[in-house]
Structures are given as C-alpha cells and as structure tokens.
Design a protein around this ligand. Structure first.
Ligand code: CA
Ligand code: CA
Length: 205
C-alpha cells in the first residue's frame, strides 16, 4: 500500500505549498490592455500600434502571437506584467512581445518591456525579457520571466516610483529571429489599442 501513502504525502505537500502561495499572494492584477481574439494576422496596425487602422480582421494566422490581454500589478519591490495570448509560447516560429508606456510628445514611447521566446528562426534556448528606457538610453536591463509574467524591479527606473502612473500602455507581438539581443523583431503580427493608465499602488504605512 505504498502508492496511496505516497500520493497522500504529495497531496499534503501540495496543500502546504498552496497555502504558502496564498499567504504571500501577489496583489490582484489589473487589466491595462484588452485585444480581440483571432486578429494576429500581420495586418492590423502593424508598425504603428496606435489602433488607427483598426484591430480586427477575419483572418486568424496566429495563436501564440495573438494578444488578448495585458495585466499589471505591483508590490513594494516589483511590477508584475502579464501578457496573455490565445496560446502560450513558445511556438515553432520564435515570437516576441513588447509592452510600452509613457509616449513623449512625438509619440515615441520611453518605457519598453520586451519578451522573446525560442523558435526555429532564432538562437534562444529559453525565454528572455528586458527593460529599455529609450528616452534615457543605455543597455537593456535583463528581467526575470516566468511563463509570460515578467517581474520588473521598481528601483530600476524612476517611472516605477512611488505614486507614479504608467501612461498609455500599448502592446505588440512580432516574429523574433536571429541572435539575442541583436536579432530581428518583426514583422508585427498583432497590435493593440492604447489601454488604461496604471497607477502604482503603494500601501500606506
Ligand atoms: Ca489579438
Ligand atoms: Ca489586435
């Protein structure tokens, strides 16, 4: 009767792990971007991503590249960005995602969070993510990525400071080929309309 005992032991460990997970649960994610299902077809708004060309057509070429939702949450230490798609990466073809914030007067976004997944057309062996501050310059900052959730240390940029608002979020998916981080990001498969600003939550002490 070893097997039931083992199963019971595993279940009880799972319960303990589950309880701990709830005890230290991350804050509730807030939806900042929503996008139609079934429009990853390399047609809608590719390149601009501002929604001006519409974002729905009948063709449904992509599943992993099909953005459906982006959520954000934060605690004192990190921002947690989650990218939701019709099907989870990786795909046969290497796919990347970009979520960008804080456009300047010219419409160029200062804060870019990018994630890249392995595929036949690139050299990656696992997912990679990084933060780019295109207004301040400098090298991309590597970020922790688990599935399609990216953890962004708040101390990494003033844009994530106390009470800060991340403005005009917008997302894109694209093919990612070649080396990392110097590979080719494109063409764009899916884009979203500009979503809802996210105000960073800080608990009062
Ligand atoms: Ca979509
Ligand atoms: Ca879209």
């Amino acid at each position: 009767m070893k097997r039931p005992t083992l199963v019971a032991a595993v279940l009880s460990i799972a319960c303990i792990v589950g309880a701990n997970t709830f005890a230290t649960a991350a804050p509730v994610p807030k939806t900042i971007i929503e996008d139609p299902l079934g429009d990853a077809n390399f047609v809608n708004d590719q390149g601009t991503g501002d929604g001006s060309n519409g974002d729905v057509t009948a063709a449904d070429a992509g599943t992993v590249s099909d953005l459906t939702e982006v959520t954000l949450s934060n605690d004192a230490k990190n921002l947690y960005l989650m990218i939701l798609t019709e099907a989870a990466p990786p795909a046969t073809t290497g796919i990347g995602y970009r979520v960008r914030f804080n456009p300047d007067d010219a419409g160029d976004h200062c804060i870019l969070v990018e994630a890249f997944f392995p595929g036949a057309n690139n050299v990656l062996t696992g997912p990679k993510a990084h933060l780019i501050d295109s207004c301040a310059g400098g090298d991309p900052l590597p970020l922790e990525i688990l599935g399609t959730q990216i953890s962004i240390p708040r101390k990494s940029n003033a844009a994530f400071g106390k009470g800060a608002v991340l403005k005009s979020p917008q997302a894109q998916s694209f093919l990612y080929s070649g080396d990392y981080p110097t590979g080719m990001a494109g063409p764009t498969a899916d884009t979203t309309k500009v979503g809802t600003d996210y105000k960073i939550v800080d608990k009062k002490k």
